[in-house]
Ligand binder design. Structure first.
Ligand SMILES: Cc1cc2nc3c(=O)[nH]c(=O)nc-3n(C[C@H](O)[C@H](O)[C@H](O)COP(=O)(O)OP(=O)(O)OC[C@H]3O[C@@H](n4cnc5c(N)ncnc54)[C@H](O)[C@@H]3O)c2cc1C
Length: 294
């Protein structure tokens, strides 16, 4: 029964260059961050796939958090709970709410920013919030001769079909979140993306208005098993509208959103479509209420 089976090697590099070097030499290794996704995957031990483990937890550079006037930068191994604690006064509310709503504290202490962004098949809280913040991720490639580095907008981390866009041998090393003011921010998790990803919807909004005119409106919707979507057309349609929006306008925008979602993928369930439209309408009502109260 155990013929051909060996215990996996566990690599524990201390620097990013060492990690890239090991990944180049053992490209079939599984990158291990907090392990909260990996430990839940059914993979009996001993296993015939003989996959080795490349544990990133000892790489100091990946635990760093720094800031300057323009942005906050964090290593991919920063646990969600630490990120929340360090950034409590400077994090955008949309991002801190996405972190807070990411499972119970015990999970937040273990899950990392990079692990949440790089879930192999689910688009989760952090990616959805970072999408409206137009954040960037640094990707290091172990396969190229000089272990090349590139910064890409977070949406480019995922392919058009929603799958993870990393080429084998690549590691996400840093995330950069730009400081930018907004009057209205919101993150909502409708349903549970961990237990029922086929029904859940994650929703993030980042909006600005001057006097009572919307000057910028960004929103992202994640259907966790499918993709995170933004509709530039709908964002443009909302921008420059006067506040408060009338019931007719909200209903019209919601119908347009329904069409965008319907056209995007046939795999989006009707529960998700309904949840997405309700969350969108509620956000516009909340925006109205905020303006009327100010
Ligand atoms: C009970 C429970 C409830 C949860 N609820 C939610 C929720 O509501 N919302 C939510 O967003 N999340 C939720 N999560 C967390 C989420 O599902 C993931 O488990 C978690 O974010 C993964 O982080 P990790 O650091 O443990 O990653 P790991 O499990 O170590 O890795 C996840 C994947 O990312 C890859 N990876 C890790 N780091 C890198 C990197 N730097 N570069 C490239 N690839 C990398 C790994 O190879 C693996 O495929 C929940 C988890 C649990 C256990």
């Amino acid at each position: 029964m155990y013929e051909g089976v060996r215990a996996p090697a566990v690599f524990t590099p201390a620097t990013i260059n060492e990690a890239l070097d090991i990944y180049q030499r053992y490209p079939r290794s599984v990158l291990w961050a907090g392990g909260t996704t990996l430990m839940g995957q059914l993979r009996p031990y001993p296993s015939h796939d003989n996959l080795d483990i490349l544990y990133l937890g000892n790489v100091k550079e990946l635990h760093r958090i720094s800031r300057n006037e323009r942005y906050l930068e964090m290593g991919s191994m920063v646990p969600i709970q630490r990120f929340l604690a360090v950034g409590q006064h400077i994090l955008h509310p949309v991002l801190s709410d996405a972190c807070r709503q990411l499972g119970p504290e015990i999970i937040r202490s273990q899950s990392t920013v990079g692990g949440n962004l790089c879930h192999p098949s689910q688009r989760l809280n952090i990616g959805t919030a970072l999408m409206v913040l137009e954040s960037q991720v640094e990707i290091r490639d172990s396969q190229s001769a000089k272990a090349s580095t590139r910064w890409v907008p977070v949406n480019r981390l995922y392919k058009r079909d929603g799958s993870l866009g990393l080429i084998h041998g690549e590691i996400v090393t840093r995330i950069r979140v730009f400081f930018e003011e907004a009057n209205f921010q919101l993150f909502r998790s409708l349903g549970n993306p961990f237990y029922h990803p086929e029904l859940a919807v994650l929703f993030a909004v980042f909006a600005k208005y001057e006097k009572s005119t919307i000057s910028e409106f960004r929103f992202a919707l994640s259907f966790p098993m499918i993709d995170i979507i933004r509709s530039k057309d709908l964002e443009t349609a909302i921008t420059s509208k006067d506040l408060p929006l009338s019931s007719k306008e909200i209903s019209h925008l919601s119908t347009e959103l329904y069409e965008v979602i319907r056209a995007y993928s046939t795999k989006i369930s009707s529960v998700q479509k309904t949840r997405a439209c309700r969350a969108f309408e509620q956000a516009l009502q909340d925006l109205n209420a905020q303006v009327l109260m100010s």
